[in-house]
Design a protein around this ligand. Structure first.
Ligand code: PLP
Length: 389
């Protein structure tokens, strides 16, 4: 059977593979990034009520109007330009769809898009789906900083776009003003479109605040801002995200969304509108809880001999296992992750799977910690039993 070129360019997600392995072996799943704690009842009730009241058919392709109105209000304040619900907001089936349609909207076959690695694993496949070529810029531990020199060497006459994820999965970096300046310079110099993945915009530590790159005046006209509800509100299975883009880019995105999925699930969009109307206390409580989870995760890693830098945002930590005093410390990341899942009962993601570039991510695995206190305590017990000598 003849299949397409694009499906030869990538395989199924390693992260979701690790989830299947975790289920098979009864391991605690710290591989895939989703919470094991409950969802705010007001959000669930709003979706259930919507279904009971008959909101069960397609909504307008761009999204349920009250949700678009809320997003337009939020992003007008955040981006500093008048975001209109009927023109600039498109509700997608997760940020995953947003990334695919953004790439398809701006890239032609043979074009190049710059992606920083380590990277969330759908960026490269999305580029290939658009017929384009992803060009990787490696970020390296412990600081994972973006430098202007590295960026400059990645640009070619074929470069059309740059994708930036901040706060960043898997490193936990929140890119700072100097790094955003370097990105702005390269985007303007080479007339690129900036696609931002800001799915972790509400999970920040140590008093940091989120800056949407699309709010920088120089970038306003050329940025597609992607956001999502799954992580912030513990509803990853609802598959809800959105794209905010100025006129021309929004007009390019919308038909792609229309013919990919028609619309995101209508009653769940009603739940999402309720989520975005939660009071400030929700975010305060969520931030406090994530600080506790991060502290516990770091404590567990340190107690067991891993080396890791606390994340500045998001809910992952890249940990170096190569100095552990066990023979498995010499294993490559995939073998180590499999051993940890099957023999220790804690599933993680191999560090090198976040890089397409050879040689990077060695001796590293990613732990996801959006978990209940009891879950993390059980992780502590399991690691202590097998890792400490
Ligand atoms: C950086 C990043 N982007 C996108 C996604 C996927 O988002 P969604 O579940 O909304 O499709 C994830 C999920 O882990 C992610 O980490």
């Amino acid at each position: 059977m003849q299949t397409s070129w694009r499906v030869t360019q990538f395989r199924e997600s390693v992260i979701r593979d690790m989830t299947r392995l975790a289920l098979q072996h009864g391991a605690i799943n710290l591989s895939q990034g989703f919470p094991d704690f409950g969802t705010e009842q007001a959000i669930v009730e709003a979706a259930v009520t919507a279904m009971r009241e008959g909101l069960n058919q397609y909504t307008v392709t761009w999204g349920y109007p009250p949700l678009r109105e809320k997003l337009a209000e939020m992003y007008t304040a955040r981006l500093g330009w008048p975001v209109h619900p009927n023109q600039h907001v498109t509700v997608t089936c997760g940020v995953t769809e947003g990334i695919v349609i953004a790439m398809m909207a701006v890239l032609n076959a043979g074009d190049e898009v710059i992606i920083f690695e380590p990277a969330h694993d759908n960026f490269r496949p999305a580029a290939f789906m658009a017929g384009a070529t992803p060009v990787s810029v490696p970020l390296t531990p412990p600081n994972y900083r973006i430098t202007p020199e590295q960026l400059a060497t990645a640009v070619t006459p074929k470069t059309r776009a740059l994708l930036l994820n901040t706060p960043h999965n898997p490193t936990g970096r929140v890119f700072d003003a100097a790094e955003l300046e370097a990105i702005t310079a390269i985007v303007l110099k080479h007339d690129l479109v900036l696609i931002t993945d800001e799915i972790y915009d509400r999970i920040l530590y140590d008093g940091r605040s989120h800056l949407s790159p699309g709010s920088l005046p120089a970038l306003r006209d050329r940025t597609i801002t992607l956001g999502g509800l799954g992580k912030t509100f513990a509803i990853t299975g609802w598959r809800l995200g959105y794209a905010i883009a100025p006129d021309e880019l929004a007009r390019a995105l919308r038909p792609l969304h229309d013919f990919t999925s028609i619309c995101a699930p209508t009653p769940l969009q009603a739940g999402a509108a309720a989520a975005l109307n939660l009071p400030a206390e929700f975010y305060e409580a969520s931030t406090a809880a994530y600080h506790q989870r991060r502290a516990l995760m770091m404590e567990i890693l340190e107690a067991n001999g891993f080396q890791a830098t606390p994340p500045q945002g998001a809910y992952y930590v890249m940990a170096d296992y190569s100095h552990l005093a066990i023979p498995q410390a010499q294993l490559p990341p995939m073998a180590f992750a499999h051993w940890l899942t099957k023999e220790v009962g804690v599933a993680v993601v191999p560090g090198d799977s976040f890089y397409s570039l050879p040689g990077y991510g060695q001796g590293m695995v990613r732990f996801a910690f959006p978990k209940k206190y009891e879950t993390l305590m059980e992780v502590a017990t399991r690691l202590r039993q097998k890792l400490t000598v």
